[in-house]
Design a protein. Structure first.
Lengths: 260, 109
């Protein structure tokens, strides 16, 4: 009884700072977003001839061998056949970059290679070209288990991503975890709430009528929470991407996925 | 705390204005940018509801104390810090008068 009263005393104190107290989804209960989409959308995703994201994969394949920048080098000039050299790569991103002392996501890594190796201008976030290259590279890991590094170097960034995931923000006072850990499988405005495992990025989203990155998806979720979204490329977005990929560790990559 | 809003509501407690208050409340309740109640709650007469929160039915019977319902809408985190329900009053999504109108409508459900 005394402990109960003491707990009551502290309730108002912690209420302002309280994060979602969600328990993590047990490993064997994790589901891909593909488990929450309708049969038509699933059929579209699973058939390469009608998955609209596959057009971007083809664009990416063409870009792979296109020379760019002052170095007049293509991706293939250094990396060879992507089907061999890029196999499993996307499953490990975001990855830690020693020179920067922090992780970068796949799109940022493509742009690092463009500026440093090709001596070319970086491709703008969400540009058709950047998404096409990301989709092509991600496709080479199709079906492979997500395997981002979880070690002494990446741990602080994974933890920072988890903090953001569990922290309430915005006018609606929501945290990612309140919906995606606590209420997955229920409906919000008629739509099933998925578990937020980013297994299929870049995704073709029917609402967008185009391909988009995980950063774009996270930003639109933040807008829906009526929070100020982080800018594209913000360190916080990469932390969040890394945490989400770690949270989805072992789950097969299925890019480019199709989502409503 | 909610006494002024309550007083305003009582001032307009005649049958005709209660009805128009309820119809204003219906608009606020279903508006995706205001009450946005349907995103989480099923309410008779509303399209594409969610089920993260309980269905809003039999409201007068379940919440005979109008103040209790107003407090939940204003800021349910005060009572339950872990709630997913947005604090509509505290975070300036709905004014106290708007919350009263929403309650007038919910009492018809």
């Amino acid at each position: 009884m005394r402990a109960f009263n003491a707990a009551l005393l502290f309730l108002p104190l912690i209420s302002t700072f309280v994060a979602a107290q969600a328990a993590d989804i047990p490993m064997n209960e994790r589901k891909s977003g593909s488990a929450f989409i309708g049969p038509d959308t699933k059929a579209m995703q699973d058939d390469d001839t009608i998955n609209p994201g596959m057009l971007a994969v083809l664009d990416g394949e063409a870009l792979w061998t296109e020379k760019a920048g002052a170095a007049a080098k293509s991706c293939a000039d250094c990396h060879g056949d992507a089907k061999a050299t890029m196999r499993g790569v996307a499953a490990r991103y975001p990855a830690f970059v020693q020179a920067l002392g922090r992780p970068v996501d796949l799109e940022q890594w493509i742009n690092m290679s463009r500026t440093e190796d090709q001596k070319a201008e970086p491709l703008p976030f969400e540009s058709k070209e950047l998404l096409a290259l990301a989709a092509y590279i991600a496709r080479q890991s199709h079906g492979m288990p997500i395997a981002v590094a979880a070690d002494a170097q990446t741990k602080p960034f994974i933890d920072a991503g988890r903090d953001i995931f569990e922290r309430r923000a915005g006018q609606l006072n929501l945290a990612c975890a309140l919906c995606h850990d606590d209420n997955w499988g229920k409906r919000l405005a008629g739509n099933l709430v998925p578990q937020a495992h980013p297994t299929g990025y870049p995704i073709y989203r029917l609402e967008w009528q185009e391909l988009g990155s995980l950063q774009r998806r996270l930003r639109s979720c933040m807008s829906a929470m009526r929070a100020e979204p982080y800018d594209f490329g913000a360190l916080e977005l990469v932390d969040l991407e890394l945490y989400l990929m770690w949270r989805a560790r072992g789950m097969p990559l299925e890019a480019p996925a199709v989502r409503p | 705390m909610i006494a002024p809003a309550l007083a305003v509501a009582l001032l307009f407690a005649g049958p005709a204005s209660a009805q128009s208050q309820a119809s204003r409340g219906e608009t606020l309740t279903f508006d995706r940018g205001k009450g946005n109640c349907l995103t989480c709650h099923a309410i008779e007469g509303g399209d594409s509801p969610g089920n993260v929160g309980p269905a809003l039915a039999d409201m007068k019977k379940r919440f005979p104390d109008r103040k209790e319902l107003a407090a939940i809408i204003f800021d349910e985190t005060a009572r339950n810090p872990l709630t997913v329900m947005p604090p509509f009053g505290r975070n300036l999504i709905l004014t106290r008068q708007e919350i009263e109108a929403v309650i007038d409508f919910l009492y018809t459900r």
